[in-house]
Ligand binder design. Structure first.
Ligand code: AKG
Length: 247
């Protein structure tokens, strides 16, 4: 079984994030990407105008493309397979402790030339867990992610800072963000991840992604794990407990 080394764990605890290369094979990622594209086309066909206004983000080759879809791990066997990967679960357990479960998951499409940015936030503000150490996000790169196509940026060490109040821009109640004036002391560092790699981040780690300025996709699946004892006691949005995936 592949596990995190002592120095990797130490680095994660210090900086609040850690990238592991080649966590998944090319074949596993191919299966997930194919499923993501099929699922997106089916969902676009089903969406009403209000959903389209939020989820559709431009066009590629004359066809609408989505910003994101929620709960791939719960809804799609191809993504459930990624989430239950034995090496991934072992690493997650090293970070947060026993009995990891998936409370929520997200599939980000960030399409070529049109995929928009995700503003600075802390996942723990969204989730409001009773234990800030009890959750970790595993962000799986389904394409090479770099500065040109909108990789993640982290504020190193912000995992050791408290949760900061977030606000929502007018008309975007789900897009919670840290206001600029609270970010002046933080430097954001790019964290490129090659396809098949995973970037783990702590729930308090400040992070964001820029827009996709390339002609390449930047698809990624974010899996939000909690250990068996962690509960969402003060969530900023509402999370459906029936979609929790246990192993
Ligand atoms: O992929 C992105 O652009 C945003 C991901 C994110 O915010 C997360 O994984 O918590």
């Amino acid at each position: 079984m592949n596990r995190l080394s002592t120095s990797e764990l130490k680095s994660y605890r210090r900086t609040g994030h850690l990238t592991v290369l080649n966590a998944f094979t090319g074949g596993e990622i191919d299966t997930a990407v194919q499923d993501a594209q099929n699922w997106a086309q089916a969902e676009i066909g089903r969406m009403n105008a209000e959903d389209k206004a939020w989820y559709v983000e431009g066009e590629v080759d004359g066809r609408p493309v989505l910003r994101k879809l929620d709960n791939p791990v719960y809804l799609r066997p191809a993504f459930r397979a990624l989430a239950r990967n034995a090496d991934l679960l072992a690493r997650v357990e090293q970070i947060i402790g026993p009995d990891p479960q998936v409370l929520f998951s997200q599939l980000f499409f960030k399409s070529p030339g049109g995929g928009g940015p995700k503003p600075v936030h802390q996942d723990n503000f969204y989730f409001g867990p009773n234990d800030i150490e009890g959750m970790v996000t595993a962000w799986i790169a389904l394409d090479d992610a770099d500065e040109e196509n909108g990789c993640l940026y982290y504020a190193d060490g912000s995992n050791q800072d408290p949760i900061i109040p977030h606000t929502a821009p007018a008309g975007e109640p789900f897009n919670l963000l840290v206001p600029d004036h609270l970010m002046v002391d933080y430097e954001m560092t790019a964290a490129p991840v090659p396809r098949g790699g995973v970037s783990f981040h702590h729930g308090n780690t400040l992070h964001q992604s820029s827009d996709n300025q390339s002609d390449r996709w930047r698809r990624a699946c974010a899996i939000h794990y909690a250990n068996g004892k962690t509960e969402l006691v003060q969530p900023a949005l509402s999370y459906d407990p029936t979609v929790i995936v246990t192993f």
